[in-house]
Design a protein around this ligand. Structure first.
Ligand code: ZN
Length: 176
């Protein structure tokens, strides 16, 4: 496995629309290796999610390891589509491995339904709430060339990391 270089804000790859993965490629050794490299890169950077464009590969693959009801399961989603957004919103602090040193509050639907493929190429269809729902929306945004800054409706909460630690640490930050 290898830790891959993370593309930072300003790299055009973060603004591209990612291409879907051909289902017959999913089980191939190179793609499985790439997924393992994404997981290792996310863990090395202490993130809870990573999208393939963040490692300069413009394809619809996301990996996550974020707290849910069942602990911290490893999740891989390929060609994901959010097919339903719940009516309620949740506001969370977000950060991004491609945006160094900043946190900001983002309001997003608190419940979503997602369809896609897992790392074996099998269809998945599930509902997510809370942190997982936010994490998936943040990562799916990366697949359409968006970062959390684009989703902030109030830029006055944009905070540098050392000030965040000083003033806002008691609130939960989601570093995705
Ligand atoms: Zn991100």
């Amino acid at each position: 496995m290898a830790v891959l270089k993370i593309a930072k804000l300003g790299n055009p790859v973060l603004r591209k629309i990612a291409l879907p993965v051909a289902p017959e490629e999913i089980r191939s050794r190179p793609l499985q290796q790439f997924i393992d490299d994404m997981l290792e890169t996310m863990r090395a950077a202490e993130g809870i999610g990573l999208a393939a464009p963040q490692v300069s590969r413009s394809e619809q693959i996301i990996v996550m390891e974020c707290r849910g009801e069942e602990g911290f399961p490893e999740r891989v989603l390929i060609n994901p589509t959010i097919v339903y957004y719940g009516p309620h919103q949740v506001e969370m602090w977000e950060g991004c491995l491609s945006v160094d040193g900043l946190r900001g509050k983002v309001l997003r639907p608190s419940m979503i339904r997602v369809q896609g493929l897992d790392r074996k190429g099998s269809p998945v269809d599930f509902e997510a709430t809370g942190l997982l729902a936010v994490c998936i929306q943040h990562e799916v945004d990366h697949l359409i060339g968006k970062v959390f800054l684009d989703r902030m409706t109030d830029l006055s909460t944009l905070t540098q990391l050392d000030e965040f630690d000083h003033y806002w640490r008691q609130e939960h930050a989601t570093v995705i």
